[in-house]
Design a protein around this ligand. Sequence first.
Ligand code: ADP
Length: 241
Amino acid sequence: MAVGEARQPVAFVMFGSPGSGKGTQSKFLVQWLGIPQISTGDMLRDHMRRGTQIGRDIAGLMRAGSLVSDDLVNELVRIRIAEPDCSRGVILDGYPRTPEQAEALVPLLNGVGWFEVVIHLAVDYNIVVSRMTGRRACPQCGTLYNALTRPPLREGICDVDGAVLAVRDDDREDVVRQRLDQYEARTRPLIDYFRNTGARLLEVDASRERPEAVFERIRAGVMGIVPGLPDGLPTAQGMNS
Ligand code: ADP
């Protein structure tokens, strides 16, 4: 079931440090609401995989765990949001992450009358580091797994399509620390920006629990903010099976 036809479209901004579970929670939201996930990290990796000019330009920055240019991601998101499947709303995963990106996004959403909900996944630094070193991704479909919290049914193999799981280049420990530093310096301060612009802000403790339990909190919180969403199904349990 999708977010209702007559409703104002909703942009859910998944906000949190690398390893806070943005990608995993975004996928739960997709299943619940039937609106697309826009992951700037996935879009950029896709350019690298396809060997486009953009992909070649950003490869060095991505491998070092540095942010790519605001102009580039702003443009990628602006074009993607205008596609027909986004007409009822989107889940923004990993965007915006700098003040310049937020300043591009907020007027864009306001201009088309979208409702903005920022979901802040708050997580402890040490937990993030241990999660990220156990992280594996499917190179085919992008599904994320974690040795601790979300293992695949067969070790090293994607449940969805049977591909062999891989460690992303930028999940190596030195790169992880660089990404966390960037988050502290450039991205975390955006919380104040969101507060000041009147976005609906949902704070969720994403530290210790299983991803399904975190999602239950997100769902309850979102239902308290956005009226008229489908409530009963699917359950987090059902989504796993
Ligand atoms: P994570 O949130 O775990 O860092 P992502 O897949 O979202 O992982 O991002 C991976 C990399 O892609 C980042 O380290 C950065 O190089 C680049 N990237 C993704 N989104 C953005 C963005 N909004 N602005 C700038 N760079 C980005």
